[in-house]
Design a protein around this ligand. Structure first.
Ligand code: PMP
Length: 402
């Protein structure tokens, strides 16, 4: 069939470019020690930054949620799917974020991807001007595209370029969109600088804190607490499938913004509400994040980050300047990176292997993610495994072949 043949040809092109992605099937809970496709690994590739995905209190709460509310919500939020568990979670998140958001209200979404689409399309429209950071996550980019707003992309952390764009902007509806922690580089946007510009030029600042919520800030309130920010221009998106260990996402903003999203955000309105049990489990996750245990877990994670970067010399590859749990090691060519990641797998370490289009051409990289569930010994052993590749002149060989 010609249609199928076209797809097969396109898949062959991807294969030739070393861009075919393969899934490994995980047979154990998300934790540093996992079994996948029948083999045991120490995994450094999940976003379970605080180790809550398999935390006994969280999994017990999930089971309790099922016994209280059943398996599924059965409908969208605006019909009959909005359960007591969703309402409780939104209330808890609003109270949690209140120190950093004026008249805070929160809205729970099935995924961060949908939350980003929802918030951008609801706030922007054809008459809006959107200013989008070059390294933004795909879900922000897709939201911007879907909004059909006039869009300008500003270079990574180039806030002078953004200011020039804002100065020339004639639209009254201005929206700046940025990741907080860049998901493939691990560095942090200068949110105070962005917010100052947004206040000066009367623009919304949508912050995607997928990799900051729960991890940054003394109490885990993410990048807003990290920089001690509060402003009516802020619209905050935090995901709940990463540090919070469960799934879904939330937007926290002034109550008027949230009311607007409930009325207008299509990715909120036209989908079945997430299982209430997930929201019930998240009540426990937020308690842990906000409490003493959360502080201890963040302190341990920060110690591991410091160890990975400075404890032992990571040879050959200088990582990127990241102080977060995301530690990229840029290799360059796709096949070289796959060879390196494959060798680490053979040594028993599962590390994220990231290729274009997720990252720019010729910047394929290992994406090491650290978690409070890792031990110091595991992190030191990973560094040694990477250094062993260096001793084998592995990288030189890989580059010689391309
Ligand atoms: N934003 C960023 C920066 C992300 O890294 C991700 C997930 N990888 C998302 C949004 C989407 O979140 P979710 O996985 O909950 O859809």
């Amino acid at each position: 069939m010609p249609l199928l043949q076209t797809l097969r040809d396109d898949l062959d092109v991807l294969e030739a470019q070393h861009l075919i992605r393969r899934r490994r099937t995980v047979e154990t809970p998300c934790a540093p020690n996992v079994r996948a496709d029948g083999k045991d690994y120490v995994a450094f590739c999940s976003n379970d930054y605080l180790g809550l995905a398999a935390h006994p209190l969280v999994t017990q709460a999930l089971q309790k949620g099922v016994s209280l509310y059943g398996a599924g919500s059965g409908a969208s939020h605006l019909i009959s799917g909005h359960s007591r568990a969703h309402a409780n979670l939104e209330q808890k998140l609003a109270e949690f974020m209140a120190p950093n958001i004026d008249q805070a209200r929160a809205l729970y979404f099935c995924t961060g991807y949908m939350a980003n689409q929802a918030v951008i399309t609801a706030l922007a429209g054809k008459d809006a001007a959107v200013f989008s950071e070059e390294l933004n996550h795909a879900s922000l980019i897709d939201g911007v595209r879907l909004s059909r707003a006039a869009t300008q992309v500003f270079a990574h952390r180039d806030y002078a370029a953004l200011e020039a764009m804002l100065k020339n902007c004639t639209s009254k509806k201005r929206i700046v969109v940025t990741d907080s922690v860049f998901s493939m580089d691990g560095n942090i946007a200068d949110i105070p600088a962005l917010l100052a510009l947004c206040e000066q030029y009367d623009a919304w600042l949508i912050v995607d804190d997928a990799h900051g919520f729960g991890v940054l800030g003394e109490h885990g309130r993410g990048v807003l607490e990290h920089f001690n920010l509060r402003s009516p221009n802020l619209v905050y998106m935090g995901t709940l499938g990463k540090a919070a260990g469960v799934g879904g996402a939330f937007v926290a903003a002034h109550e008027t913004v949230i009311e607007w999203l409930i009325q207008k955000a299509r990715a909120y309105i036209f989908t079945t509400a997430a299982a209430p049990a997930l929201a019930h489990a998240l009540l426990t996750s937020i308690d842990i994040i906000a409490g003493e245990e959360g502080q201890q877990r963040r302190a341990h994670l920060n110690k591991l980050i410091h160890m990975f970067r400075h404890g032992q010399d990571l040879k050959v590859w200088q990582g990127m300047p990241s102080d977060t749990a995301i530690q990229p090691v840029v290799i360059g060519k796709n096949d070289a990176m796959l060879a390196v990641a494959g060798n680490l797998l053979d040594q028993g370490y599962w590390v994220g292997a990231i290729r274009p289009p997720t990252v720019p051409l010729d910047t394929a990289r290992l994406r090491v993610t650290l978690s409070a569930a890792h031990t110091e010994v595991q992190v030191l052993q990973l560094v040694q495994a990477i250094n062993r590749l260096d001793q084998m002149h592995y990288v030189a060989q890989c580059f010689a072949e391309v």
